[in-house]
Ligand binder design. Structure first.
Ligand code: F6P
Length: 357
């Protein structure tokens, strides 16, 4: 008999359910008896012993459903060792619940923050297997995270829609794409949607270069310009600021986000009519795309295999087109950023896309 605890933590994304279904199906189909404890709302469920017993039936019919049947929450790693408002030691509480339920392991689905806590639990002696989720694709140790391709599809369809209205009105459109501090989502959706300018955090931009590109397009007879801006995009001047100075600027809240700043400055510099579209959390919602359904199912099945073989302390990741197990200590606390010299950036530039650099 295996006793498995499972939780989904951090911002949700598509295919979390598909991944959990993959884990459970692969274990059930092996003939191994199993008890599944689903902790609710991320690490909170593990801290406060809030769980529900699940059977294989609970994982039926969820392959195509977005969100997570377990619920999720953000439990910041930087305060995980601080006692809660009632003085509870959160790390100790998680360990106690694990031991009380006599769990063989925890299956934890999450992104960067989640992996730091997962690694801490491993260091504390718990058996942990993780699965890489996030629309940002910024998790170190894996070429791909599930949720990413679904979000690319959604952000692309936003850009597609904007394209037609931008063309009708001859406007400049700034579309803000999620992705936290990295540009994978913006780059891919921008290229797929035929954006003329793509701004990503890894390549700080010069607003004058962007304005020049907009004006050049006009001269060339193009009445509109599509700009895909990563929520974490940053100007060359701001990139020179210290973290503290930059935070101070953001706190001034002159603009709700970088897209509005870019839009305002382009309008001032070119006299063009500029509009901003922020699809926001819809990029994390809805049904997973077919790629993510397959990908998350595969990762889940491989996680199930590791559990059957009693191999713990790994994230099940994807590297060079193969599913691999990556030691948690190699993943936790590292961010995977886009390489500004990557072939895809050079190819995008060959297509005439400006990065504002
Ligand atoms: O990490 C996923 C993500 O959607 C990021 O792209 C975004 O910056 C962040 O989460 C938004 O977080 P929240 O859901 O807490 O607003």
């Amino acid at each position: 008999m295996k006793r498995i605890g499972m939780l989904t933590s951090g911002g949700d994304c598509q295919a979390l359910n598909a991944a959990m279904r993959g884990v459970v199906k692969s274990i059930y189909n092996s003939g191994q008896e199993v008890e599944i404890y689903g902790f609710l709302n991320g690490y909170r469920g593990l801290i406060y012993g809030d769980f529900k017993m699940l059977t294989s039936r609970d994982f039926s019919g969820i392959l195509t459903i977005g969100g997570t049947i377990l619920g999720s929450s953000r439990t910041p790693f930087k305060t995980i060792k601080d006692p809660d408002e009632n003085g509870l030691d959160k790390v100790e509480a998680m360990k106690q619940n694990y031991y009380k339920l006599k769990l063989d392991c925890l299956v934890i689905l999450g992104g960067n923050g989640t992996h730091k806590t997962a690694n801490l639990l491993r260091q504390e002696g718990l058996n942990v297997i993780t699965l890489p989720k996030t629309i940002d694709n910024d998790l170190y140790g894996t070429d791909m995270t599930f949720g990413f391709q679904s979000a690319v599809d959604l952000a692309t369809s936003v850009i597609d829609c904007i394209h037609t209205t931008a063309a009708s009105h001859g406007r400049v459109f700034v579309i803000e794409v999620m992705g936290h501090k990295v540009g994978y989502l913006t780059l891919n959706a921008g290229m797929a949607g035929g954006a003329d300018i793509i701004l990503i955090p890894e390549i700080p931009f010069d607003i004058d270069k962007i304005a020049k590109k907009v004006e050049q397009r006009l001269k060339d007879g193009n009445r509109f310009t599509i700009i895909a801006v990563a929520e974490g995009a940053i100007s060359k001047e701001d990139a020179k600021l210290s973290k503290k100075e930059y935070q101070k600027k953001l706190n001034n809240k002159k603009y709700p986000s970088v897209s509005y700043e870019v839009a305002d400055l382009i309008q001032q510099k070119t006299g063009q009519e500029v509009r901003v579209t922020v699809p926001g959390h819809m990029q994390r919602g809805g049904s997973p795309c077919p790629y993510d359904r397959v990908f998350a199912s595969r990762l889940g099945a491989e996680a199930g295999k590791l559990i059957l073989e009693d191999e713990y302390g790994f994230m099940v990741g994807y590297r060079n087109r193969e599913i691999v197990k990556v030691p948690l200590e190699d993943v936790a606390g590292k961010l995977k950023m886009l390489d500004p010299d990557a072939a895809i950036i050079k190819e995008a530039k060959m297509l005439g896309i400006s990065f504002g650099d």
